[in-house]
Design a binder for this molecule. Structure first.
Ligand code: ADP
Length: 364
């Protein structure tokens, strides 16, 4: 799909270069032929003066010695002696041939350069389109799964003539579960698109406050698994979007609790290093294989262990949202993990916000 576009763009680049190069060559050709005509004229005049001088040797200083710009020379130049037109034509032809060769060489080199540059220009667009297509396919797949489950259950129920009220209640309960999943998915997608666009507002935010708000949301799950969430946040504050930070903590804490065994601990700590707030979220859960670590921040990516061993439901959008929030704060995230031992996420955010004039962010 992008090959014809690349060739078209190359043709446009070449056309522009050709127009510039040919116009420049015409100017050079006109200038050079005028200069050659002038030089040949001068040469012929000089030869004429020399000839006259040698023919009348004893008549004093006439014709006067050759002095550039002298009134006598100017007077003679009004009727300059003719130069050889064949020499002039030959020189003109040579200039023209040289310019044609220079242009051909230039256009050949430009052709390769234009093809290369067209590829570079189109690459980000190609990547974005590919991302968009993959995103649409993944989202459709995730949407189709609960819809298919609901449809099948309803069809089976409709075909059963002895369908009881209790069975109908059970069907509705099951459908409600699927609807909850769809709602969670659409909420995640909306949150992701919101944080990819930018942040609501920035202000001084205390980490303890953010942590407490996030823990409130995770508490029911943590209590159900008897997991302790411990913190050492040292009253640190930073310039950030508070809602975004609460979302960020919620995602990391939720994952830490989801992927940890019962009766374990999750540790959250923060320090300030060189004007950067460094936050760590550490758990002793199922861990992530090294081969899967580069992909966990991609949209819809779920590591094998989370699907098979822990059987935790999710859409693989949490870390993509977290990465968008971190990017919007000009921060960084790093992860270290050992399967069956645990995972540590390290998030580093600037303590003070610095305005950026240009920001180009790619979809994760
Ligand atoms: P999900 O909804 O599946 O949790 P996320 O985007 O939050 O989606 O995480 C992507 C994947 O990264 C998860 O499916 C899981 O495999 C892995 N992961 C994230 N956090 C942890 C963690 N603390 N321990 C183990 N695996 C994790």
């Amino acid at each position: 799909m992008f090959r014809p576009a690349r060739i078209k763009l190359t043709a446009w680049y070449l056309l522009i270069i050709t127009v510039i190069s040919v116009s420049f060559s015409i100017v050079v050709y006109t200038g050079m032929t005028a200069e050659v005509r002038r030089s040949l004229g001068r040469q012929a005049l000089r030869a004429y003066i020399q000839r006259e001088k040698s023919q009348v040797p004893d008549q004093g200083p006439f014709p006067p010695p050759f002095v550039e710009g002298s009134p006598d020379l100017r007077a003679r130049s009004l009727h300059p002696p003719a130069f050889d037109p064949q020499v002039f034509a030959e020189t003109k032809r040579r200039i023209a041939v040289q310019l044609v060769f220079i242009n051909l060489g230039l256009l050949t080199i430009s052709g390769f350069a234009a093809y290369f540059l067209a590829g570079r220009t189109l690459k980000p667009i190609e990547e974005m389109l590919y991302e968009q297509e993959r995103f649409t396919a993944d989202a459709s797949h995730e949407l189709r799964t609960p819809l298919t489950a609901m449809k099948t259950e309803i069809e089976v129920a409709l075909r059963d003539p002895s369908f009881t009220q209790d069975q109908a209640r059970e069907l509705m309960r099951s459908n409600l579960e699927e609807i909850d999943k769809l709602q969670t998915l659409s909420d995640h997608l909306l949150t992701l698109s919101r944080y990819q666009k930018g942040l609501d507002s920035r202000g001084e935010v205390g980490l303890v406050d953010v942590f407490n708000q996030a823990v409130k949301k995770i508490q029911p799950l943590a209590e159900a698994k008897n997991i302790q969430i411990l913190s050492d946040l040292q009253n640190i504050s930073l310039e950030a979007d508070k809602t975004g930070l609460v979302q960020l903590f919620t995602i990391f804490l939720d994952n830490a609790v989801k992927y940890s065994p019962e009766n374990s601990k999750v540790n959250v700590a923060a320090t300030v290093k060189k004007n950067k707030v460094v936050i760590t979220v550490q758990d002793s859960g199922i861990g992530i294989r090294a081969s899967e670590l580069p992909y966990i921040f991609n949209r819809f990516y779920r590591a094998d262990a989370s699907r098979t061993k822990s059987q935790v439901h999710g859409y693989g959008l949490g870390l993509a949202i977290a990465k968008s929030i971190i990017d919007q704060h000009s921060g960084k995230v790093d992860v270290k993990s050992t399967p069956e031992k645990g995972t540590t996420f390290t998030i580093s955010l600037p303590q003070k916000h610095r305005k950026k004039f240009f920001r180009i962010s790619r979809p994760t």
